[in-house]
Design a protein around this ligand. Structure first.
Ligand code: 5RP
Ligand code: MG
Length: 216
């Protein structure tokens, strides 16, 4: 399993201070949605240049103007760009078209998708190869987790890399490893841990042990 660090409620200076310490432990740097709202695509450009061995995911959560908005994020250096799975398939197709030009990947974020199996089939049919189950921050506050949705996705998806997000921490990552996720997305579980480096170390230990077990 890969470990993706979601940088959400953070400044560029704070993010660099954290990444300088944890970048050898993680596999993907996510510039999160609130970070993008605050700073635009500048952190994508900066992290691309500073951490050259790590891909950057821009969590732009595209809902419309797929070609145009995905192009902005890929052109800034993102290797992964998110589109909302609930949006029109035309928007997703626009994102996929640009991704092909840049050699990047579109991740469909399935937050609030009402019929998960149906939508997974439709998205894979048009060429999506990365899907994210996602229990949002507001849903987490109501006590929800992404575990059930991940089980559904694992059973239905045929060809996609599976990402999972929603309050994952060192205490809960084992469950998502067991359920077969390929990428664990962790925000607060590192950023707001009492000791963020220790949390990242523990998450990386478990995630990468899973990678080794899958390879053996
Ligand atoms: C919220 C997001 C977050 O980046 C994602 O949920 C990961 O953060 P956390 O681990 O704190 O849930 O995209 O919409
Ligand atoms: Mg995010």
């Amino acid at each position: 399993m890969k470990l993706q660090l979601a940088l959400d409620d953070i400044t560029i200076d704070e993010a660099v201070a954290l990444l300088d310490r944890v970048h050898p432990l993680i596999d993907i740097i996510e510039v999160g949605t609130p970070f993008l709202i605050e700073d635009g695509l500048k952190p994508v450009r900066e992290f691309r240049a500073r951490y050259t061995d790590l891909p950057v995911l821009a969590d732009v959560k595209i809902m419309d103007a797929g070609y145009y908005e995905a192009r902005q994020a890929f052109a800034a250096g993102a290797a992964y760009v998110t589109v909302l799975g609930v949006t029109d398939l035309l928007t997703v197709k626009g994102c996929l078209e640009v991704a092909a030009d840049f050699g990047g990947t579109v991740v469909a974020d399935m937050i609030c998708v009402p019929d998960l199996p149906d939508r997974i089939r439709q998205l894979e049919e048009i060429g999506v190869t990365a899907l994210a189950v996602h229990t949002g921050v507001d849903q987490q506050a109501a006590g929800r987790t992404p575990a059930d949705d991940l089980q559904v996705m694992k059973a239905v998806a045929q060809r996609s890399e599976l990402f999972v997000a929603g309050g994952i921490s060192p205490a809960t990552i084992a469950q998502y490893i067991r359920l077969g996720a390929d990428v664990a997305i962790v925000g607060s579980g590192i950023r707001h841990a009492a000791d963020p480096v220790k949390a990242a170390e523990e998450l990386a230990r478990l995630a990468h042990q899973d990678t080794r077990e899958r390879q053996s």
